[in-house]
Design a protein. Structure first.
Length: 318
């Protein structure tokens, strides 16, 4: 089925068998519950496909498709790949003097690569889909998809626990159920008109240090007469089609400390005594981006309260 077509499937399993399936809702009929799913094309590997393993330990299926194109699907991985800290997906692979374009990563291909922190997709210019659970539980820190990628299956990058940034290319049309759930996302950018599966962005636990004199990886705190001000925009980026969706996000301070939040200005006011605080956040857009955010106030450096001291002429300031 083409991406964007809605089908009904009995809700007996979330293993949909489609590389780019997205659960987008539920309906009830005659006392039973059914899932509304948007599918992208199913990846089918012919029986005569050639098996090939590259130097990284990625396993491919090589074949010529019905249109006469030589294509390669990443279908699995060896222990070497699963034990790597970094993997790079190529545009093509060579075998027997023939060049094959790497177009698909199949279901569970690199599942549970527990040490994989870097997935380099910068050269994967022929990649069209990344299948269900293919990198689930891998602690990847950043995903930047090439423009060629059209669909991500359910649970693709779920449960890695370390993903802070997710950027999709221009051609993405389908994000599966819980694609990047259970991570530390604080930066999301996707194009317009993407079908987003249920809870695709949910259950995040990001953290950041904030300071009045921030480094490049810290958030800016603004010192004002009314106190220390921290805009939500300095902690979270959520863009769709290049436009900020920050207005869709609500926040509630969960730590019992000297921090308040103004919904209208989307700004936290922080008492100088606070060294850390947390807040729950949630978006009302599809994908349910949300979770619990922890902020460290410059490791306590911004919380020092000056005290009056008597300084004699000629003394050195402490």
């Amino acid at each position: 089925m083409a991406a964007g077509i809605i089908s009904v499937r009995y809700n007996s399993s979330t293993d949909l068998g489609y590389e780019g399936a997205a659960v987008v809702g539920f309906v009830s009929f005659n006392g039973s519950q059914y899932m509304l799913c948007a599918y992208s094309a199913t990846a089918v590997v012919p029986e005569n496909a050639i098996a090939y393993t590259d130097s990284q330990g990625l396993v491919y299926k090589l074949f010529t498709d019905d249109s006469g194109n030589n294509v390669a699907y990443i279908s699995g991985s060896t222990g070497t790949a699963k034990a790597s800290t970094s993997l790079a997906i190529p545009a093509t692979v060579q075998y027997g003097g023939t060049t094959y374009a790497v177009t698909n990563i199949l279901k569970n291909a690199v599942l549970s690569a527990k040490t994989l922190t870097t997935l380099d997709l910068s050269n994967a210019t022929n990649l069209q889909s990344i299948g269900q659970g293919s990198f689930m539980a891998a602690p990847i820190t950043e995903i930047i998809l090439p423009d060629s990628v059209r669909s991500l299956g359910s649970n693709t990058f779920m449960n890695g626990g370390k993903l802070t940034k997710f950027v999709a290319g221009t051609d993405l049309s389908t994000l599966g159920q819980m694609t990047v759930a259970n991570n530390e996302l604080k930066y999301i950018s996707i194009p317009d008109n993407v079908t987003v599966g249920i809870n695709a962005f949910r259950y995040q636990s990001p953290s950041m240090t904030a300071s009045t004199t921030p480094t490049s990886d810290e958030a800016q705190i603004i010192s004002t007469p009314s106190g220390l001000q921290l805009p939500l925009a300095n902690l979270i980026t959520y863009n769709i089609g290049g436009k900020s969706q920050l207005d869709s996000i609500g926040a509630t301070v969960t730590s019992d400390s000297g921090v308040t939040y103004d919904d209208k200005t989307q700004t936290f006011t922080i008492d100088p005594s606070v060294t850390t605080f947390s807040f729950a956040f949630a978006s009302n857009l599809p994908g349910s981006f949300g979770g619990t955010y922890t902020v460290t106030v410059n490791n306590g450096k911004d919380t020092v309260t000056p005290q009056d001291q008597t300084i004699d002429p000629g003394d050195t300031l402490p």
